[in-house]
Design a protein around this ligand. Sequence first.
Ligand SMILES: NC(=O)c1ccc[n+]([C@@H]2O[C@H](COP(=O)([O-])OP(=O)(O)OC[C@H]3O[C@@H](n4cnc5c(N)ncnc54)[C@H](OP(=O)(O)O)[C@@H]3O)[C@@H](O)[C@H]2O)c1
Length: 349
Amino acid sequence: MPTPPPNIAIVGATGAVGREMLAVLEQRNFKHRAIRAFASPRSAGQQLPYRGTTITVEALTDAWPSGIDCALLSAGSGISKAVAPKAVASGTVVIDNSSAFRMTPGVPLIVPEINMHADTANGGRIIANPNCSTIILLMAATPLHRALGIERMVVSTYQAASGAGWQAMEALENESRAVLAGQPHHASIFHEPYAFNLFCHNSAMDPTTGLNAEEQKMISETRKIWGDETVRISATCVRVPVLRAHCESVNITLKKPATLAQVRAALAQAPGVQIIDDRASNTFPTPLKATGGDDVLIGRLRADPSQLPPNANPDGSTPTLGFDLFIAGDQLRKGAALNAVQIAERIFN
Ligand SMILES: NC(=O)c1ccc[n+]([C@@H]2O[C@H](COP(=O)([O-])OP(=O)(O)OC[C@H]3O[C@@H](n4cnc5c(N)ncnc54)[C@H](OP(=O)(O)O)[C@@H]3O)[C@@H](O)[C@H]2O)c1
């Protein structure tokens, strides 16, 4: 007998990621039976639009509801740590968007296009969704790593407000309005004023390494997803006053010299990415172009002049080790909701 479609619970359904989960489930026509939406008691009774009707938000309680096959968690790591063990014990597959279990041994950290072969059998268990900047980076870097071998990456991020939830988006709008109305810059949500400013990512700073948590996640999670503890990454993660979609400047060093044509060919065949790279019209990836889309956009593809061999042709036709690219991805979609739903699709649909 075929397995019936799953009953789904979204925890954190009123948040930036949770709302996007509903949108993605609807757009992709994910096959399911009931769908239940949970949030804090503040939101109980709120109506969320879904497939021409509405779902009533329920307050999450201590008891995990019975009969849920798949839980999509996006209410922060504290809630995930409290909810996931109970859900797993009742046979639910938990797909967790928080950082709570990403580095836990035995918990697969999955980007479906990259490592869906990692054990994701059905039945009560936890699967972790990687950090949003890491997913966006690896959608572009993995095809290059597989085709040409990456020795080292230097990454600088330009991270949008939406990565910190709906309150950060609202804060950016409100601070911007205040400054445009002539009021002094003020910090309302982050440690620095957000409007018309940019600053070191707001995650916890390690005083010993000088890395913020976002930078550390990019290093550790890449190693776990690629299954290679020797991967070398230097990252600088920055919050920028953009409402939605993260960008990243990526400098890669390959293990063996390659041409720019080989780099382009590796990316052209990769799933879930789109090349936008028109030098003549200065048209490249931007957060606005990435917003609302599923693909990670890749452009500014070029040979790194600092690594070109002597007398090399600067157009990338001489094999060289270094390349630069600029990428943009909607981190509420591929960096969170879309990636989680793609995992659920591979398991249940
Ligand atoms: N934003 C991103 O791009 C992104 C990307 C990857 C991963 N994530 C992760 O996804 C999670 C959610 O992020 P977000 O950006 O969607 O945050 P958000 O917009 O602030 O939403 C938070 C959600 O959690 C719910 N919540 C808060 N406290 C709760 C409680 N005690 N019980 C039940 N629900 C509670 C909120 O419900 P109320 O509305 O009732 O407060 C809301 O639905 C975080 O772990 C974040 O790290 C986010």
